[in-house]
Design a protein around this ligand. Structure first.
Ligand code: DX5
Ligand code: ZN
Length: 214
């Protein structure tokens, strides 16, 4: 299981300390949530924060763009240190072009789906993707409850991947803990994002190790 703790739940007054904590843990990736106050009803952070995180770790930065019109910022995210760049299906009119550009810039390309968006919309583009991010909450905030229908969505995506001969990573984001994480692992998820569950725990490194073992 790939574990990608979400920096959104860290202590931003101690971002160097918390980045190093993740760097020294069993976390595979660091999940970076960028929100613009337009695509989602919240604003998080942008390039300077991403660059600050990049300075303190060489682990994979898994950047989740919850922004409208991502096309105009793809290069800036690459320059700021993104390794995986994930755009929302709902925010991209010309998704094929966006994905091609992300790859041309040398990053891995992901597409995120809101809870109401079926996996079937990805049928044509799936072979071009490195990652599909299934949102298990409505994006915009950490600490929300897991939407149970996500489990069947993971299973549907897994079968769509095999019928289209594609092998994108299946990543899940929102309300992940050891209970929902286990169900997701059993359903076929390859990567789990966890924010509040990691940073609100008494021992974040140990919590990451427990998720890693699912
Ligand atoms: C929500 C973000 C998530 C968030 C997850 O819009 O995309 O990555 O940080 O937080 P938890 O794990 O607390 O649900
Ligand atoms: Zn996210």
């Amino acid at each position: 299981m790939i574990v990608s703790p979400s920096v959104l739940s860290c202590d931003f007054g101690n971002i160097e300390r918390d980045t190093k904590l993740l760097h020294n843990s069993q976390a595979d990736w660091l999940h970076i949530d960028v929100m613009d106050g337009v695509f989602v009803p919240n604003i998080s952070f942008g390039f300077p924060v991403l660059e600050a995180i990049r300075k303190h770790t060489n682990k994979t930065l898994d950047v989740h763009l919850m922004i409208a019109n991502p096309d105009q910022y793809l290069e800036a995210f690459q320059k700021s240190g993104a390794d995986y760049l994930t755009v929302h299906y709902e925010a991209c009119v010309h998704l094929n072009r966006t994905i091609a550009r992300i790859k041309e810039l040398g990053m891995k390309a992901g597409v995120a789906l809101n809870p109401h968006t079926p996996v079937s919309v990805l049928e044509e583009i799936l072979p071009s993707l490195d990652l599909v991010l299934i949102m298990s909450v409505n994006p915009g905030f950490g600490g929300q409850s897991f939407i149970p229908s996500t489990i069947s969505k993971v299973k549907k995506l897994k079968s769509l991947l095999s019928s289209t001969n594609a092998n994108a990573i299946i990543e899940i984001d929102g309300g992940v803990n050891l209970i929902t994480g286990k169900e997701l692992a059993d359903a076929g998820a390859n990567a789990l994002v966890a924010g509040s569950f990691v940073f609100n725990s008494a021992n974040p490194s140990q919590t990451i190790a427990e998720l890693k073992a699912l």
